[in-house]
Design a protein around this ligand. Structure first.
Ligand SMILES: [Ca+2]
Length: 486
């Protein structure tokens, strides 16, 4: 077969999963599962080990990825908001530059007319979270129920789009899996994997949250908060009652993780199919393949499930990227980066000048991916979770800073709360973790006199970083609000 002439611009295959924690990917040293196809992306390219989201929840992270901006700029600060389309997205820019663009899967940036996907010649998305089995999807042609398993359906839509391309068409294809989001419904072909009783528990599963802020101690994200719907069967009679909490949590953990890991396995199958397609059609060499997730997830860590909080299991995003000839195989990037940097990175790789995305606040990671280093690269990341006391999880609003050695978090007690909040009031409090002495983040040293100097430095650094990105400190319930409306 004659090899086509080198194409002048790379294509992009961007695989985004929902709530897939890095510590459930074997390339990141998972102790609980194996993901050989996802691992391939990093083994043949780069693995980023310090990639963080700037607001650990679905809608905001997606908006930050697409626009290269923080939540307070793109307006998508919570799952109740949809982002401001005056802020352009990287697929819109690439479409204008002649790329063939498509999006399949989870959108979650609003379903009203003003928030339907833009910048894609073809798209099919779920309303809100969507269903794992026989999901409804809508697109430019309307809405339909599609028979089958969501992860496989999205993969088939993606390969159908690729099949229709001309041999040299540059493309930007976004494959946005629903998995492994709650309620974790696996495909039957994976029912032999990760059986109950075989899944290793994390070391911090018994964390009693002593010494943490009052706001954190009351979140409804403990393993025992998993519902019967989540674990697919009623709790046995003998495990009920306060005195059986530890055993019941372990019982729920096994069932939750069984299904979470099985849904991940279907994603791994999807990545295998997509990588195979690129090779079979001679598109592997000039296609940038990204595997990432909108945020991390607690996999029983600290006794929790879900995300939202700034602890590392939730804050960290997996990020694997392959670009043969440009990114040396086996590259490991330690530079601190965020989801805000992704758009700048992809646009630079495609030869697009940063001004094409005028609001974007990120920096291109391309030099790091090529094995170079950047002298003045930031050594800290800014984080803000805006939702306060949302009715299901009761996670508090907070902002903070993570450096290589420390993490400082301010739970400022947003007195106004989110829609439907319980109006619970906790004192505004701080947490400080020494990530060198205490990488598991078990000991809050915010009030420890030995850390007073470090805390003062971090508070000043946090204030500078917050101002640098154009955000402002919380100033009480009368602070001008972001638009919560859907
Ligand atoms: Ca998510």
């Amino acid at each position: 077969m004659t090899r086509p002439a080198a194409r002048p611009r790379p294509s992009i295959l961007f695989v985004l999963t929902d709530d897939h924690a890095a510590h459930a990917i074997s390339a990141y040293g998972s102790r609980v599962n194996s993901t050989p196809s996802i691992d391939r992306v990093g083994a043949e390219g780069a693995r980023l080990d310090a990639m963080y989201c700037t607001n650990s929840i679905c809608t905001p992270s997606r908006a930050s990825i697409l626009t290269g901006t923080y939540s307070h700029v793109n307006g998508a600060c919570s799952i109740y908001s949809q982002f401001d389309y005056r802020v352009r997205t990287f697929p819109e820019v690439l479409q204008e530059r002649g790329y063939r663009t498509a999006l399949y899967g989870k959108w979650h940036l609003g379903t009203a007319e003003k928030a339907t996907p833009r910048g894609f010649e073809d798209w099919k998305v779920f309303p809100d979270q969507g269903d794992y089995v026989d999901p409804v999807m809508y697109g430019p042609g309307g809405q339909e129920r599609i028979r089958g398993y969501a992860t496989d359906i999205i993969t088939a839509q993606a390969t159908s789009f690729l099949d229709e391309l001309g041999a040299d068409d540059p493309f930007c294809l976004l494959v946005h899996h629903k998995a492994p989001h709650r309620p974790w419904v696996p495909h039957p072909r994976h029912e032999h994997l990760y059986e109950v009783g075989t899944i290793l528990e994390p070391e911090t599963i018994g964390d009693d949250h002593e010494g943490r802020s009052d706001a954190v101690r009351q979140v409804r994200m403990t393993l025992d908060d998993l519902t019967e719907h989540d674990v697919k069967e009623p709790v046995p009679e003998e495990l009920r009652g306060e005195e059986r909490l530890r055993e019941r949590s372990a019982w729920k953990y096994q069932r939750y993780m069984r299904d979470y890991l099985r849904t991940v396995q279907a994603v791994d199958d999807s990545v295998a199919t997509l990588l195979d397609w690129l090779e079979e059609h001679d598109r592997a060499e000039d296609t940038i393949v990204v595997y990432t997730s909108d945020q991390g997830f607690f996999l029983g860590d600290h006794g929790w499930f879900d995300k939202r909080l700034m602890f590392d299991e939730s804050l960290t995003m997996p990020f694997l990227v392959r670009w043969p000839g440009q990114i040396p195989a086996g590259t490991e990037v330690e530079a601190m980066a965020t989801n805000v940097d992704i758009a700048a990175t992809l646009l630079e790789a495609c030869g697009v000048e940063p001004a094409a995305l005028p609001a974007q606040q990120g920096r291109s990671l391309l030099p790091w991916l090529r094995g170079e280093s950047v002298e003045d690269w930031p050594d800290a990341v800014y984080y803000r979770y805006w939702e306060h006391d949302e009715p299901a999880h009761h996670a508090p609003a907070h902002y903070g800073i993570r450096t290589r050695t420390h993490k400082l978090i301010h739970y400022y007690n947003d007195g106004l709360g989110s829609p439907g909040s319980s109006d619970a009031v906790w004192p505004a409090q701080w947490e400080l973790y020494d990530l060198v002495a205490d990488p598991a983040e078990l000991t809050n040293v915010a009030e420890d006199p030995a850390y007073a100097g470090i805390r003062a430095e971090l508070e000043a650094q946090l204030a500078r970083l917050q101002a640098d990105v154009g955000d402002a400190p919380y100033a009480g319930p009368d602070t001008p609000r972001l638009d919560w409306s859907v």
